[in-house]
Design a binder for this molecule. Structure first.
Ligand SMILES: *[C@@H]1O[C@H](CO)[C@@H](O)[C@H](O)[C@H]1NC(C)=O
Ligand SMILES: *[C@@H]1O[C@H](CO)[C@@H](O)[C@H](O)[C@H]1NC(C)=O
Ligand SMILES: *[C@@H]1O[C@H](CO)[C@@H](O)[C@H](O)[C@H]1NC(C)=O
Length: 494
């Protein structure tokens, strides 16, 4: 009897530390990410145009946690060589960054090119090439040129499909020889459901359940336009790949009941399927179409608030993602909820209840729970749902409650999530080919300002030099890149 508790304690310990000992496949890529509006600064320098996030932060400081702006951020506009040197020192394969649309095309249109902006990105790509680091390049990381919002209502106007297509063609033409991995749009769910739905994000348009769906439709058609342009004009020459990034927390059924399992599936279809199903299968997910149509009818709308795709559009959309790009950070429990009040709303259409177990590990006031099994389940769901596509994790990382350099909790998170990737690859045959940690350094986290810490490097934002200061997790990640394994090299298995 005396020995039993010790035995149980040992099992609990070994389960908690159940790290996959396999080495990553030889072709597997490890990298770090960030995005122009969060690190570049230089918001109006050398001819860059204003973006909707510049405007949002300047006009509505009350909406930003620390009333800050992205005006200088990490000053990567001037310090990109230093950033690339950090990535080189960590021994990483790729750097995910974004082109600021308004830095190369200040008005959003191709009739006015900002040469200094083009030069900047040419220099960044040259520096990456010299350091043998592959760029993974996002065309739209939320930073719409402000004139496109003012003049045409941004993503709510279907004409933006042409405007974005022109920008994408310009980027493929100008930078295509430097880039193998293209991403059209980062997290369209945040752009549409927050930017044009709740209004919590720039440009602050409110119209959940109506305008967010128009945005989704236009953003998907714009993505498809860019993919077709690349496919027809650049693929044979540049041999790159083009995808759209979807994002969500994993939705775990709150119980084994059919209702809770259906709720979790519905949540993932509204969060991920809304954007992934059109590009993989051509149309909105069935459950989304059904729910929005039913509720629209009950609410007295003459037709569904979810604008339909025509047969021609379905054919145009289908097959326009060369890989599945996923941003994910956490997991939530999802249970069925009673029917919501009859007002148009994305959340009411989805109609689920989210909750977290009280003992789930997290740091600070955030919703970032350290639950690696959520990532493994998510990868398996994507494999099943989209017919085993190539999958790239384009963002994954952990918020700590303060800006400590001794970030053992972040290391714990990365080790567990990378182990979940190995399990998915080797035990579940998920075709996961790359993993990208968010973030290379602390940055301007949108409405979180400079108060949300996700970096492998800390940045001192009160120092005009914006020094990058190494955290313990940077050494951990460098070790993973070097050994291609999560344990001591002597314990690693090929
Ligand atoms: C949509 O964009 C076009 C082209 O810029 C513009 O002529 C039109 O007025 C816009 N429509 C709305 C409703 O903003
Ligand atoms: C995974 O995807 C890559 C890129 O599309 C492909 O070359 C490879 O054959 C796939 N691997 C498997 C096991 O399906
Ligand atoms: C940040 O920089 C400021 C200005 O140089 C300096 O006073 C402060 O001590 C620095 N903070 C940290 C935590 O290094």
């Amino acid at each position: 009897m005396k020995r039993l508790p010790i035995f149980i304690a040992l099992i609990a310990l070994s389960l908690a530390d159940d790290i996959n000992p396999r080495k990553f496949p030889k072709t597997f890529k490890l990298g770090v990410a960030n995005a122009a509006p969060q690190i570049e600064g230089g918001w109006n320098e050398d001819g860059k145009g204003e973006t909707i996030w510049d405007r949002f932060a300047h006009k509505h400081p009350e909406k930003i946690a620390d009333r800050s702006t992205p005006d200088v951020a990490c000053d990567s506009y001037h310090k990109y060589k230093e950033d690339i040197a950090l990535i080189k020192a960590m021994g990483l394969d790729h750097y995910r960054l974004s082109i600021a649309w308004s830095r190369v095309l200040p008005t959003g249109y191709t009739d006015k090119v900002n040469k200094a902006g083009v030069e900047y990105y040419k220099n960044v790509f040259k520096e990456l090439k010299e350091n043998d680091i592959k760029p993974m390049v996002t065309l739209y990381h939320w930073d719409l040129p402000q004139p496109l919002q003012d003049q045409m209502n941004g993503w709510l106007n279907e004409s933006i499909v042409d405007v974005f297509g022109d920008y994408a063609k310009f980027a493929f033409e100008t930078f295509g020889d430097d880039v193998d991995w293209w991403i059209t749009v980062n997290e369209p769910k945040q752009v549409c459901q927050s930017g044009y739905g709740t209004g919590g994000y720039a440009p602050g348009v409110v119209g959940s359940g109506v305008t967010d769906y128009s945005c989704a439709r236009n953003i998907l058609l714009a993505h498809a336009r860019a993919w077709h342009i690349y496919n027809e004009l650049y693929r044979s020459k540049n041999k790159g790949k083009v995808a759209i990034v979807v994002d969500a927390s994993w939705s775990e059924p709150g119980s084994d009941s059919d209702a809770d399992r259906a709720a979790a599936e519905r949540a993932t279809q509204f969060e991920v399927g809304l954007y992934a199903n059109p590009v993989f299968n051509g149309d909105w997910p069935e459950v989304v179409k059904r729910r929005v149509a039913e509720r629209s009818k009950m609410e007295g709308y003459e037709e569904s608030r979810l604008p339909a795709f025509s047969e021609r559009e379905i054919a145009y959309l289908k097959g326009t993602s060369d890989y599945l790009a996923l941003n994910t950070y956490s997991t939530m429990m999802v249970s069925a909820a009673g029917e919501a009040p009859l007002t148009a709303s994305f959340e009411h259409d989805k109609n689920v209840r989210y909750w977290a177990e009280p003992d789930w590990p997290k740091d600070g006031p955030w919703w970032f729970y350290d639950l690696p099994w959520g990532l493994r389940k998510f990868l398996n769901w994507l494999k099943r749902t989209y017919n085993n596509p190539e999958i790239v994790v384009t963002e994954n990382g952990y918020v700590t409650g303060d800006d400590t350099l001794e970030d053992d909790k972040r290391i714990h998170y990365f080790r567990g999530y990378l182990s979940a990737c190995l399990d998915a690859i080797y035990k579940d045959n998920v075709n996961l080919t790359a993993y990208t940690a968010w973030s290379i350094m602390d940055d301007w986290e949108w409405t979180g300002g400079y108060t949300s810490f996700l970096g492998l490097y800390k940045v001192n934002f009160t120092d005009p030099e914006r020094p990058r200061i190494k955290r313990k997790s940077a050494d951990f990640f460098a070790g993973v890149a070097k050994n291609r394994c999560l344990l001591d090299p002597s314990e690693c298995i090929d």
